[in-house]
Design a protein around this ligand. Sequence first.
Ligand SMILES: C[S@@+](CC[C@H](N)C(=O)[O-])C[C@H]1O[C@@H](n2cnc3c(N)ncnc32)[C@H](O)[C@@H]1O
Length: 194
Amino acid sequence: MGRPVTVTTTGEVFTRRWVVDMMLDLAGYQGDVSSLRVVEPSVGSGAFFGPMVERLVASSNDWEAMRPSLRGFDIIPEHVDACKRLAESILTDAGCPIAIELVDEWLHAEDFLLAKVPEADLVIGNPPYIRIENIDPQLLALYRHVCPTMRGRADLSLASSNVDWMSWPRVADSCTSAPIDGCGTDTEDHFVPK
Ligand SMILES: C[S@@+](CC[C@H](N)C(=O)[O-])C[C@H]1O[C@@H](n2cnc3c(N)ncnc32)[C@H](O)[C@@H]1O
């Protein structure tokens, strides 16, 4: 089975396929997923996004209806481009005539904490592990404003596992991985699900 993630020297952590499939199954993104709306806050090269597109095209070929099905963000434009290429090739292989339109609608080079995120049934992914020391103080203050649970030692991964509950009003469920060394946060004391 092997380790669940591949850790790169740039500090990014890319999720292995078996972990992604397990998380998607556990979160209920299986079978006919055509009516679900899912957000991936930090897509990387598409470890979650690719399998989600595969599951979506296996459920339906109503391409127009897929416009609101997925949303993905990443702060690095090259990651978004790589993810777009992956999603486009899955759609094209499945016979989708509007593959480019769909991936442009789905994927955005933006900071997920500051982006306008649509209503969703599920938020899923492997969030960025960025310590607060490595975040510009002004940006950190802004993050703390939009994500009230990001207090004390909470790093960016904590924000991403909580922002879906605290700041995005209509998210039904979330499933995110967590760093194994913990975040030294007081989030649990202040976490009040809506
Ligand atoms: C831990 S990697 C995970 C990538 C992918 N979800 C996976 O499992 O392979 C985190 C990703 O978060 C992105 N990232 C970092 N800060 C971000 C932010 N504020 N908003 C959106 N994406 C961000 C990084 O560029 C990186 O691609």
